[in-house]
Design a protein around this ligand. Structure first.
Ligand code: ZN
Length: 312
């Protein structure tokens, strides 16, 4: 992923998105019509969590208007994600034909594999995350939450309108606080019950209504580990397109040491020293304990802490 002097988020998988969404200029449909007619338009085509790619192509993750037509894509229902800095529009569409029947060297690759193996251009990961979340929202919001009537697509996909009660519905995201909690020169990591064997990561949980990000960090850390957190600082965020999560990475300072683990959420949780975390990152821990891969914001929080001199 590209590094950026602007913020840490842009260096995290799915965090760099070069598209200009031009949200304020979409109302009259002129931009959408021009984008649909633009020969430089390219479309990300997805089937659930998988992106249709064409290995070896100049831009393996997108498809030009002729290819989209051949793939049976109805561009009238495609979502206009935005424009690249060179003015080229980017759309998202769902694959509606049987992928087994496709000719032309196409492959469907799930987004995690796509990110870990760098199969598409670095400037495509943010737009692909955007595409996955947007398509998922449209698939699940075809009816008005206010009156139950079928809704219609508006603003190239950035709104759904109800023709019956005039309610307007906007794409949602689900914020999750994920936190690196430190005590002196140690950090708190846990193992979820569904984690890969040996893998420890930062604690995390959904931010609830009426709650600040800082208090979500404090509540989740106390609920899962019995640790009180004082100061909380924001570090970076990551769009996590499974389906519309925004991971909000924070760094918190613990106020107590004794862990009281919630066994329904975690199967292990403890403090890790700097030397131990270094070995986990290097893959040389004597007990085979590992950290999450660079795909995950948790790993970026851990790496950042390793590179930061201890203040405690
Ligand atoms: Zn309605």
């Amino acid at each position: 992923m590209p590094t950026s002097p602007l913020d840490y988020s842009r260096g995290i998988t799915f965090g760099y998105n070069p598209l200009d969404r031009r949200s304020e200029e979409r109302e009259d449909g002129v931009l959408l019509a021009a984008a649909l007619a633009d020969a430089q338009a390219r479309t990300y085509v997805l089937s659930g969590d998988r992106l249709l790619i064409r290995p070896g192509a100049a831009d393996p993750g997108t498809h030009d208007p002729a290819a989209a037509r051949d793939l049976g894509i109805d561009m009238a229902t495609a979502l206009l994600l935005g424009w690249l800095p060179n003015g080229s529009p980017r759309f998202a569409a769902r694959l509606s034909v049987d992928p087994d029947g496709l000719f032309g060297g196409y492959e469907l690759v799930d987004l995690r594999t796509l990110a870990q193996e760098a199969l598409i251009g670095a400037d495509s990961y943010g737009p692909v995350a955007q595409a996955r979340s947007m398509l998922g929202w449209h698939e699940r919001h075809g009816f008005c939450a206010n009156c139950g009537h079928a809704t219609t697509i508006a603003l190239g996909g950035y709104r759904r309108d109800c023709p019956s009660c005039a309610a307007q519905h906007f794409p949602r995201i689900d914020p999750v606080a994920i936190m690196l909690v430190s005590l002196g020169d140690r950090i708190l990591l846990g193992r979820g019950t569904r984690f890969r064997t040996g893998n420890f990561s930062c604690l995390a949980g959904f931010v609830e209504p009426g709650e600040t990000i800082e208090d979500a960090v404090r509540r989740e850390t106390f609920e899962e580990a019995g640790i009180r957190v004082g100061r909380v600082r924001y570090h970076a965020s990551q769009p996590w397109p499974f389906v519309s999560t925004l991971m909000i990475g924070c760094i918190g300072e613990a106020l107590n040491e004794d862990i009281v683990m919630d066994a329904t959420e975690l199967e292990a949780c403890r403090w890790f020293s700097r030397a131990e975390v270094s070995r986990m990152v290097e893959g040389t821990h004597p007990d085979g304990i590992t950290c999450p891969p660079r795909l995950a914001i948790a790993r970026h929080l851990i790496d950042h802490w390793l590179q930061t001199p201890s203040t405690g």
